[in-house]
Design a protein around this ligand. Structure first.
Ligand SMILES: O=C(O)[C@H](O)[C@@H](O)[C@H](O)[C@H](O)COP(=O)(O)O
Length: 248
């Protein structure tokens, strides 16, 4: 596994870097396997990722298979829905076939365990065995959570299931489903996106200190790469893993 930290002067430049990364990973994956499998988190990430990507005419979106790294158990039309966020930021603007977009089942929202099991079965239909995503896009919270894997919660211990549920998420809304560490750590590329001075302390604890009380510190793809796309404000306290110049 390799970790690289790329720091940019603004969120806009982070978005430009992510555009280059996704165009590169997408064309590489399509050349290798005829498709590009990608998973999105919620929060501020979809807008940053989509900003330039949605205008990038070099990307063959017809080959994209889109999943969610985590999802809140709310209706697809709810303003809290990660599906809705990614749809509005990206899917409404690019020609990804609807059958290649894998959203939480809206009929199972009141039973998060069933929603997680059903979401795993959607993944089974696409991946032969443990999914090897071409790219998983992750945010991080101020408490060191990533996806909906929160510090001190048992989801982080899951070794078998690909998708699990949580009903007491400290970040609202409380009911969610999330990919598990085995899936994150099988990915070819995990790209973390974190911007703003509010993330500087937690970034140092995850990247430099690898504080294992923090779920994000456990993300280390066995045969893949962990890439950090951050701005200078978030990167300013890094002492050991100094940011490198972004190059593909
Ligand atoms: O649905 C969610 O809540 C997320 O997927 C979550 O893991 C998010 O990515 C982080 O909390 C960072 O969020 P921000 O980028 O908004 O700080």
């Amino acid at each position: 596994m390799s970790t690289k930290v790329y720091s940019f002067s603004s969120t806009n430049e982070v978005a430009q870097g992510l555009d280059k990364l996704l165009a590169h990973l997408s064309s590489e994956a399509i050349a290798r396997s005829g498709r590009f499998t990608v998973a999105f988190s919620g929060g501020s990430l979809p807008a940053t990722v989509a900003k330039y990507v949605k205008h990038n005419s070099t990307i063959d979106f017809s080959k994209w298979f889109v999943f969610w790294a985590d999802e809140r158990c709310v209706d697809h039309s709810d303003s809290e829905s990660n599906y809705r966020l990614v749809k509005e930021e990206l899917l409404d603007h690019v020609p990804i076939p609807a059958k290649q977009v894998f959203a939480i089942d809206p009929t199972l929202l009141s039973n998060s365990a069933a929603a997680a099991a059903e979401y795993q079965s959607q993944m089974v239909a696409v991946f032969d065995s443990v999914p090897v995503f071409d790219c998983i896009l992750l945010g991080i919270g101020p408490d060191g959570h990533t996806c909906s894997l929160f510090p001190g919660h048992p989801q982080i211990e899951e070794n078998d299931k690909w998708v699990v549920h949580i009903d007491d998420s400290p970040k609202p809304p409380p009911s969610r489903i999330t990919l598990t560490l085995p899936v994150l750590n099988h990915a070819r590329t995990v790209a973390f996106v974190a911007t703003g001075a509010g993330k500087r302390g937690i970034l140092r604890e995850i990247i430099d200190d690898r504080n294992l009380a923090l779920p994000a510190s456990h993300v280390a793809p066995t045969n893949g790469s962990a890439l950090w796309f951050v701005d200078h404000a978030a990167a300013q306290d890094l002492k050991i893993n100094k940011p490198a110049e972004f190059k593909l």
